[in-house]
Design a protein around this ligand. Structure first.
Ligand SMILES: [Zn+2]
Ligand SMILES: [Zn+2]
Length: 329
């Protein structure tokens, strides 16, 4: 399913099966998660790469063919392909271990064709083995919702202190429903903020152990130590700053957000911190998948046929399901 230009629906296209180049593997896709970033690609919120692109960066499949020089992956092996698809290895960020900020990075489902397909090519160095406990459909959302969510959670703890106990999650979709379980497993209290009136998301949050679940325009019953914003809604930034205690942290975890309204400095005062999370490193992927292998995450999915990718995107846009949408070819 390919995007010819921003704003158009995805179209089914037939292409010859691509041969893997040196260092690449070809993967037969068995499941691909639908991420909010895919909507930003489709809508043109992210710069269109200038040629038809196949979205999808939560890809699960089996290695189907290997290119020259690939020795650590073998045909039939189950793997995942995340958002970070290639980095230069030479720029200042890459050399400092911040490959998530690489100046020439290429991303799966944006500059590189992704998993809304029967097959895709991937650089073998960026492919992740997956924990056995998850079926393909459940493993797919781990690859971005889980990964980016975990990077945001880890950053919140690093900036706030490991004793951060009350964690607010704004926008309770695919990412939040996974992070919530990790936070609860760690003994923290989760406060889930959903679209006003989204009873299904609030029920999912409570079912996963959230201490409190309510509308995003409501105040939590206690001041938060840290807040993570998954909803692409700039107005939630001042709202979350208002909800965190002095010394607390607000992390913006999405790649795109509507403009942030101006707000009084008093909301930031008191050594509150506001930061964004960008992309992921391979080390993030490995770290989170170790957590996912240990903590039995309940992954709530809604399955769609690949041909129904436009419907899945539309349902995501309008918040019509709880958890994560997954396409199955
Ligand atoms: Zn680089
Ligand atoms: Zn994503």
């Amino acid at each position: 399913m390919a995007l010819r230009a921003p704003g158009l629906p995805l179209e089914p296209v037939q292409r010859p099966l691509p041969a893997p180049g040196a260092g690449q593997v070809r993967i037969a896709v068995t499941a691909c998660g639908v991420c909010r970033t895919d909507l930003h690609v489709v809508d043109g919120d992210l710069a269109f790469p200038g040629r038809a692109v196949v979205p999808g960066h939560e890809v699960v499949g089996r290695v189907d063919a290997t290119g020259a020089g690939v020795h650590d992956l073998h045909p039939g092996q189950r793997v995942g392909v995340p958002w970070l698809g290639w980095t230069c290895g030479r720029c200042d960020h890459c050399r400092a271990g911040r490959e998530n900020l690489c100046r020439e990075a290429r991303f799966t489902g944006w500059q590189l064709d992704g998993g809304y397909a029967s097959h895709l090519l991937a650089d073998a160095r960026f492919v992740l083995p997956l924990p056995d406990r998850y079926a393909d459909e459940q493993a797919a959302p781990l690859l971005c919702a889980g990964l980016i969510g975990h990077r945001a959670y880890a950053m919140a703890l690093r900036l706030t202190g490991a004793d951060a106990h009350r964690i607010g999650l704004y926008g309770f979709g695919a990412a939040a429903h996974l992070v919530a379980q990790v936070a609860v497993h760690d003994g923290r209290s989760v406060f889930a903020f959903t679209r006003p009136g989204d009873a299904a998301a609030q029920a999912l949050a409570r079912g996963l152990g959230a201490t409190w679940a309510g509308d995003s325009d409501a105040a939590p019953p206690a001041a938060l130590d840290a807040a993570i914003l998954f909803a692409p809604v700039g107005a939630l930034v001042p709202a979350a700053l208002r909800d965190v205690r002095a010394g607390g942290t607000v992390i913006c975890a999405g790649i795109h957000m509507s403009d942030i309204p101006s707000f009084p400095y008093a909301l930031l005062w008191g050594e509150r911190r506001l930061a964004s999370v960008a992309n992921l490193t391979r080390a993030d992927g490995e770290a989170f998948l170790r957590v996912a292998a240990e903590v039995p995450l309940a992954v709530t999915t809604r399955r769609y046929a690949l041909a129904d990718a436009n419907l899945a995107l539309d349902d995501l846009r309008h918040g019509r399901f709880a958890g994560a949408a997954v396409l199955v070819p």
